[in-house]
Design a protein around this ligand. Structure first.
Ligand code: ATP
Ligand code: MG
Length: 346
């Protein structure tokens, strides 16, 4: 079968790294599925040095699927997002579209969708002054809480904060490396957290979810459909008791399940019938602008709750670089891309 459609699978890589996503474990089955569906499929490497020089080459593709993290090798996605925006303006399908990332793919979405009640108590500090003024009272009220930088991944800039025992400062656990917790004074704390307000950044505060011991379920989505699930029992910030007191365990393997897995049908229904439409409505994201692969990560508050709304709490949404994904997601992605291209966006 031949569609005559050309697609690029774009990943981050150094110019001479020889990286080719088409042969990499994470993408090879997806690439094979596109090829067998008749797509002309190519792997493309992106880095900021190559940047704009890729524009002419990328114009040849009907769709570009991108896997580049919000923070990659210490760099942000500014240049890449401006390149992708220009390509999308020519009618090329770009996923995830930078506009969609800004609408639903930063930690700010937790605050913007507060009224959906799916992410617990959430607050946002838009400026450093606001943070300095209001955060101490908020921490006093909750005892422990979570701060997340505006845009990040891999636990980078995600912190559990608790009042330290003496009351003179705070104890900080970084999700990127929670064993390295530290007690610091309020002055030092503010000095260190000021950086998150650079470049128009903000800090998002989310209530500490003490049900993390139930594990987390990642709901994978393609457009507006659930395409599979992942379950991870031990996550960042997981605390366990040992002879030496409290320790942090390394995250465990995430196991994958299809969209039909009986364990998570309540979440599938809730997402497809309630939460995705509400998210799209409130953030003005139509079906075609939803990423072809994205995920929403949930805490399981109470296994036995008959109400999905009470059973699950949103931890965050990922849209920039969702991989690996469950094998079941592959056919969803291929169909979604085929549908969007044949609908004639170009
Ligand atoms: N409110 C919370 N309560 C308890 N633990 C939390 C909370 N928020 C985040 N965590 C823990 O910190 C981890 C990282 O947080 P989050 O997923 O928001 O950040 P991320 O950097 O985008 O991570 P990822 O790379 O997995 O997308 C979560 O997987 C979870 O283990
Ligand atoms: Mg994330």
């Amino acid at each position: 079968m031949s569609t005559n459609f050309a697609i690029a699978l774009m990943v981050y890589g150094e110019t001479n790294s020889g990286r080719d996503p088409l042969s990499e474990e994470k993408y090879k089955d997806l690439a094979a599925a596109f090829i067998s569906a008749g797509f002309l499929t190519k792997g493309v490497i992106y880095n900021d040095e190559l940047g704009e020089s890729l524009y002419a080459e990328l114009l040849d593709f009907d769709a570009i699927l991108v896997w580049v993290n919000p923070i990659e090798q210490g760099r942000n996605r500014k240049k890449l997002d401006s390149l992708l925006t220009k390509l999308a303006e020519t009618g090329c399908i770009v996923s995830a579209h930078p506009e969609t990332i800004l609408k639903i793919g930063t930690k700010e979405v937790l605050f913007k969708t507060k009224s959906m009640g799916w992410a617990g108590e959430v607050d946002l500090y838009a400026s450093f002054e606001d943070f300095e003024n209001r955060f101490p009272a908020s921490l006093k009220k909750y005892g422990s809480t979570v701060l997340k930088q505006y845009r990040g991944n891999g636990g980078n800039g995600v912190f559990k904060i608790i009042n330290n025992k003496s009351g003179s400062g705070v104890r900080v656990f970084h999700a990127k490396n929670p064993s390295d917790s530290k007690d610091i004074s309020w002055n030092k704390f503010f000095e260190e957290f000021r950086v998150y307000f650079n470049d128009g950044g903000s800090l998002i505060q989310q209530e500490w979810n003490n049900n993390y011991k139930n594990g987390m379920v990642r709901c994978y989505l393609s457009g507006n459909k659930v395409a599979g699930f992942g379950y991870q029992e031990i996550n960042a910030l997981y605390e366990a008791s040992s002879d030496n007191g409290t320790i942090h365990l390394p995250p465990s393997t995430r196991y994958y399940f299809t969209e039909d897995c009986g364990l998570f049908q309540d979440l599938k229904m809730q997402m497809e019938n309630v939460w995705i439409p509400q998210l799209q409505g409130s953030q003005c994201v139509n079906d075609e602008m939803l990423p072809v692969i994205w995920d929403a990560d949930f805490f399981i508050n109470n296994f036995n709750s008959p109400s999905a709304k009470e059973k699950y709490s949103l931890c965050e949404i990922n849209v920039s670089s969702v991989s690996p994904f469950p094998p079941s997601a592959i056919s969803f992605i291929v169909k979604e891309v085929e549908y969007r291209i044949s609908k004639g966006h170009r």
